[in-house]
Design a protein around this ligand. Structure first.
Ligand code: CA
Length: 228
């Protein structure tokens, strides 16, 4: 998934970004309210991790609930992008304010990374309106919770990026995803995008799953071949 992380604490942000990348997510990181606004109006994200204590502008002091403005602005545009609020304070009032402003979930710092990644999966699943956490298509089954993929019941071992490409395709079976859309799922801002990376991952997926599973439309992108 492509995530926006709004967090002004460089150490916390850095460790979160590293951990989320290892999970196969593309992470864009902003440090203040203004940058979060800009990112959310310019780009689409699958999910936002929003620290409530942020400065309004770069170089300004942190305000304890400044992040709520980001959330309110998003919801006032009827943008339903899932948001998990991160709060340093175990203050019930802050959590209630976050949920009232339209947050999908919240975590109180300090939290375990395992809990964060589980909440991300749960929120993304609820957002997609799926009760079954696994994605299925034409004999393929992909479980985001366990990160297991099976084909006709047999386990298939995928790298984090192969998994991310297959997950993106399986979330919208039949839809053609462009190379740029798939790159967005693999890389955050400032990441060096390897040229042809998407083609390489698709090639590896075809070797592991069979040539006919992922189809391509020349010059447009890739899609999952329909079930036979
Ligand atoms: Ca903060």
């Amino acid at each position: 998934m492509r995530l926006l992380l709004a967090e002004d604490d460089r150490m916390i942000g850095d460790s979160l970004r590293q951990a989320l990348r290892l999970e196969g997510h593309a992470v864009d990181w902003v440090y203040d309210v203004a940058a979060a606004h800009t990112a959310l109006t310019a780009e689409r994200f699958d999910l936002v991790l929003l620290d409530l204590g942020l400065p309004d502008l770069p170089g300004q002091p942190t305000r304890p609930t400044a992040g709520l403005a980001v959330l309110r602005a998003l919801r006032s545009r009827s943008d339903a992008t899932p948001v998990i609020v991160l709060t340093a304070r175990d203050a019930t009032a802050d959590r209630v304010a976050g949920l009232d402003a339209g947050a999908d979930d919240y975590l109180v710092k300090p939290f375990e990374l395992d809990e964060l990644t589980a909440r991300i999966r749960a929120v993304a699943r609820r957002h997609a309106g799926r009760a079954d956490p696994a994605l299925a298509h034409a004999g393929l089954r992909l479980d985001p919770a366990t990160r297991q993929v099976t084909q006709d019941g047999r386990p298939v071992l995928l790298s984090a990026r192969e998994f991310a490409v297959l997950q993106a395709l399986m979330q919208r079976p039949g839809a053609v995803l462009s190379r740029a859309q798939l790159e967005d799922r693999l890389y955050g801002w400032g990441d060096a995008v390897e040229s042809n990376a998407v083609s390489v991952y698709v090639h590896q997926l075809r070797k592991k799953l069979g040539a006919g599973v992922i189809d391509s439309m020349r010059g447009v992108g890739y899609f999952l071949a329909p079930a036979p």
